[in-house]
Ligand binder design. Sequence first.
Ligand SMILES: O=C(O)CCC(=O)C(=O)O
Ligand SMILES: [Fe+2]
Length: 342
Amino acid sequence: MSTCSESTQTVPNTSLPVIDYNLLVQKDSTELNKLFNVCKQLGFFYLKLDNQLDPARIFTLAEKVFELPLDTKNEYAMDGKNGVYFGYKAEGSMYADKKGTPDTIQFWNISKDEIFIQEKTKFPQVILDAKNIVQEYMTKSHGIVIVILQILSMKLGLDAETLPNLHRFMQPSGDQLRLTKSTMYPVQTQDKSDVAFGAHTDFGSVTILFNRLGGLQVLAANGEWFNVKPLSGHAIVNLGDAMVKLTGGIMRSNIHRVVTPPGLNEIVDRYSIVYFSRPENDVPMKSLLSGEKDEQTDEQVFTAQAWIARRVKNFQTENYKNEETYEKSRGTENNRESNVST
Ligand SMILES: O=C(O)CCC(=O)C(=O)O
Ligand SMILES: [Fe+2]
């Protein structure tokens, strides 16, 4: 029985604020304000879509990808200990908590740059066969990200294109589509941790997420976890640490984790489809807003590429040092009122 079971299973369900994508596109002023406020406060929201993005075929791809034999998947293993974040991540290659419990999630990070520039590509046939579908999904996801970035730019008092210009689709970046799979066990029967993916914040700018079973939990400002259930016709969107850096701490990238969905009574495979947008590789990771509280003139400024590589390295079990460095590796270094408490 997992030592974490009680803490993950007794948390309340709370609804995220709903932002209507059509209203954002129409520049509805109430909706724009709502978006800005939720990005400053919780950093997570449901995005109501109207067929602009459908993950169904990507879920089917994920099922096929993870059916490949482990040896085959490991031929594409991502070189996380050297900061590479593209390719296959096996179960247990990261820790689910600071005590060093192995995670139970496997994922496959498909690089946007690599899927669009085939010569550089190293992919199994099953992904190459779905290349057009993946490209279309990435293009549509990125389009949604750009609309959100335009609005945040304006609300921050910047030119509408300031943030989009740091996230141009055809420029090299760490943008990726992540397919994930975790085998979830009812808490009564499991002998593994029921935390599949430990508490963390995302590294990037805007993340667009779909899952079908639940199991995503978000840490509220009061330090309590809550369940975020999937909502039909809606994506779950959250901001990552890059947005915190670029806005001098105005935006919030919230801590979240993936656990056995509460109430589960049979063994199930949980898949999720996650599009991560990140600043272009050579963007300096510092505030665009001069004079903001978090401008760190005495801190080394990394490019987005170096900054992500550093975060990825710290995530790997092979690079684990101790509980304190584990906690530091899991979220924004600054602007964090609540502690990670898994
Ligand atoms: O699978 C999920 O619901 C969330 C996954 C996640 O947080 C991530 O991949 O960063
Ligand atoms: Fe995440």
